[in-house]
Ligand binder design. Sequence first.
Ligand code: NAP
Length: 209
Amino acid sequence: MTVKLAVSADGFIAPPSREPQWITGAPARAEVHRMRANADAIGIGVGTAIADDPLLTVRHWSRPRVNPVRVVFDSEARLPITAQLVLTSRAQPVLVLGQRPDPAAAKALIEAGVDVQQVAGLADGLRLLHERGVRHLLVEGGALLASALVRESLADRVIIFHSPARLGPGAVPAFTAGIGDPLSAPERWTQLVRRPIGDDTLAIWAPRR
Ligand SMILES: NC(=O)c1ccc[n+]([C@@H]2O[C@H](COP(=O)([O-])OP(=O)(O)OC[C@H]3O[C@@H](n4cnc5c(N)ncnc54)[C@H](OP(=O)(O)O)[C@@H]3O)[C@@H](O)[C@H]2O)c1
């Protein structure tokens, strides 16, 4: 279970406008596609699905080892029916994990080709993924989902692409305050990797358990 975020020099993951914006350079973004190509599943929170409308496919890289299932952590099945994920769900699977999915919204998503499953919470969702053969889930944000995974000690690795760009003030913080993430509590984490990648820096952390 890997959490990956791109973080600005002042600790933010999205600008004040919330408009989708590349924070890192092309080499870092290519590295993300390499990581995706080695994952069984790629996850996001529904906040990111709504804000960025991402595809979460593997591009700029050779064919992935498996075609990763795209997973949205979405308590009430708020994923818009017009989202790129939904529109492409028959070509590459999309799984919505919800605690209390709205029945009408879930029905519409299922009819559009999305798999909607009710789970008790994050850990239960990860259990379901494991039962389906997912051995490496790469979660690409946003802040609320990444924070929840760290807070519940479910993250085996945290990958941070540090950008030299600044986004604040008023931007979206990488993690919600006081959750013991590698940026605010590095003493609880072992840094496995730190290396430049283009103009950015890649850092990989493992929790000290
Ligand atoms: N720089 C980066 O690496 C990066 C990466 C991704 C996103 N972003 C940016 O981050 C912003 C979105 O971040 P965000 O924090 O608002 O959204 P998020 O973390 O993507 O999604 C949050 C939503 O996920 C749902 N959720 C389901 N299970 C959850 C759980 N156990 N804990 C917490 N949330 C859960 C909640 O909605 P329900 O209650 O409806 O389920 C929650 O509101 C966007 O502006 C996007 O551009 C940046």
